[in-house]
Design a protein around this ligand. Structure first.
Ligand SMILES: O=C(O)CCC(=O)C(=O)O
Length: 270
């Protein structure tokens, strides 16, 4: 099967199921290099990392704590090839990539214990098929993600049901107050069948934030190591100018100084 067609298949899977996995984007050596950098930069108690309600899952949320050596994989040829097949037209990297480590311990339940709970990232008012092809968040894994190892967990196809239900003002208002979903909710029409997104180091996955998803507890000894890269379709001249003006809020100023030309082009700086 030609390579181009395979990437289109991943996109179709993303549309149907709400997520897709592409293996072997980074080499094993590149992923190992990233693994060591991430473990060095995020420690269980790193004051600059953020956990919020997410137990042992910590992320470097602020641009000033970005990791340029890991951010640079936004320009990795294989990653860019995938993004170019997921976004229609030219695109840019929106923010400093987000490094995340899930250390062993509790996050938001796990499939094994049957207590996993999911959420959606808000409730969109724009139909999925109108938004699809305009933006994507690519999650790159720097170490194997094994079952019960803190994987992103998602109910395949649930974005379609949520989109239908969100038309009901009562449902929308309820979920805008509390967007948690559990097996006990017995949501009409929902097959509660969450799936862990497991994959090998160097692979990527992307998912629809309107599908019921969440992180999960890490019952293993090795941390889950991820970096998330957000891309969006470029807008018109005015929109791009406005995005460029905000670049210093979204990217680390030291990083902007040392970026190579390819990265500067990718973020819309030049
Ligand atoms: O870390 C993860 O696997 C998922 C995080 C999540 O649920 C989110 O970003 O909304």
């Amino acid at each position: 099967m030609p390579k181009q067609k395979k990437i289109k298949d991943y996109r179709q899977q993303f549309i149907n199921q709400g997520y897709a996995i592409v293996e072997n984007v980074l080499t094993t050596e590149e992923a190992e290099e990233g693994r060591l950098i991430l473990l060095d930069k995020i420690r269980p108690e790193s004051p600059e990392s953020y956990a919020g309600i997410w137990g042992t899952r910590r992320q470097l949320k602020r641009p000033q704590h970005s990791i340029p050596e890991i951010a640079r994989w936004a320009t990795h040829p294989k990653l860019l090839e995938i993004v170019s097949n997921l976004i229609d037209g030219s695109f840019r990297l929106t923010d400093e990539p987000l490094p995340i480590v899930t250390f062993p311990g509790k996050v938001c339940g796990c499939l094994k214990d049957g207590n996993w709970r999911g959420h959606t990232d808000g409730l969109s008012r724009i139909p999925f098929l109108e938004r699809e092809g305009k933006a994507v968040s690519i999650w790159l894994t720097l170490a194997d993600i094994e079952p019960s190892g803190g994987a992103t967990t998602l109910i395949p196809g649930s974005h379609w049901l949520i989109e239908k239900m969100a038309v009901d003002p009562e449902f929308r208002a309820k979920k805008e107050r509390n967007n948690t979903y559990t097996a006990e909710d017995n949501l009409d029409g929902l097959d509660w069948n969450p799936k862990e997104i497991t994959l090998k180091a160097g692979g990527i996955f992307f998912f629809n934030d309107q599908a019921i998803h969440s992180a999960s507890d890490n019952l293993l000894r090795q941390p889950r190591l991820i970096c998330a890269y957000g891309f969006t379709k470029r807008g018109n001249q005015e929109e791009e100018l406005s995005a460029r003006q905000g670049i210093h809020k979204r990217f680390n100023s030291d990083h902007l100084e040392i970026m190579d030309d390819q990265m500067k082009r990718l973020i819309g700086l030049v």
